[in-house]
Design a protein around this ligand. Sequence first.
Ligand code: MG
Length: 380
Amino acid sequence: MKQIAILGSTGSIGVNALRVIDEHPKEFKVAVLAARRNTELLFEQAKKYRPKLVCLFENETVFELERKLKPLHIRVVTGESGLIEASTFRGADQVIFSIVGAVGLKPMLAAVSAGKRVAIANKEPLVMAGGLLMAEAKKSGATVLPIDSEHSGLWQCLQGRDAKTVRKLILTASGGPFFGKKVDFRKVTKQKALEHPKWKMGPKITIDSATMMNKGLEVIEAAHLFGVSPDRIEVLIHPEAMIHAMIEFVDGAQLAQLGIPDMRLPIQYAMSYPERLQNLLPSLDLANTGPFHFYKPDLKKFPCLRLGYEAIRKGGTMPIVLNAANEVAVQWFLNERISFDVIPKIIEGVMAKHRCVAHSSLDEILCIDHWAREKAEALC
Ligand code: MG
């Protein structure tokens, strides 16, 4: 039985990971749960799954949680040190990172250094420090597995392939709520931007999908996970979101990975790999799905995708700046303090101010992350 740690257990990926565990009680057991601030749901989850360790990242209500979990003999930790303790917990075989944002970086690096099997939905640390994380995994023998649906698709297509025979990787994108629509981005409301047509996700990634920054981050994520130059990674709009990724071989043959748009599929595969487990999810029924459509992305309408490519082509520290400025701008938009069209302008403005260098250490990465956040705040 695999002992699982879920960091970000109250978010959409975390809740779906628990549903996978519910369906496979003989294969998986919850060892650790961690959440940012949703104390009530975290308590309910802890009561049901009885992990050994629980982390509540923000500490306002941690005493109350501690008191409630004491009779169940569940230890409670908090803050960054607590999250690192959760990510490196001895009793866990596999750590699922479903945290949102840069806050996942330190615990992820710690888990990778500890040689854990790490399944990643939290893309921001890979964007900021993909080189460092993958190098560290090589050293420690950690296994890094993708949960992001497109990357899971690529991973499934690439298994057993000789890298020399693969010409390019293709990530699909639903296009978000504004694809194919005439929209005045100055007037887009928060509610409209949060209406994703295909996936039900947390607010940060949903806004990233609306700006298409999500796909920009995913190009960077794929470059690191699969060790491929960004020039060999393409984005294809596919509004039905049934094909998640494709690869093309040097002879022009392509392979695609298909499945219903339900995150339990990539989550379960990252948990069960190299096995495949049965489940109760419906099959993809192509005869009743209707036609598939494909389009080239519009980089003029969605400059965030262009900025993603620019950042990874520049390489070095530029993706850190892209990610930090984006996190800040999205938060300002969610707080209804800047308009939707300003998000890419903030990111581009901070990137223009940055003198890109090749980075190596965690300290340097965190330092540049901090710098870019300050600059972005000032621009907002
Ligand atoms: Mg994705």
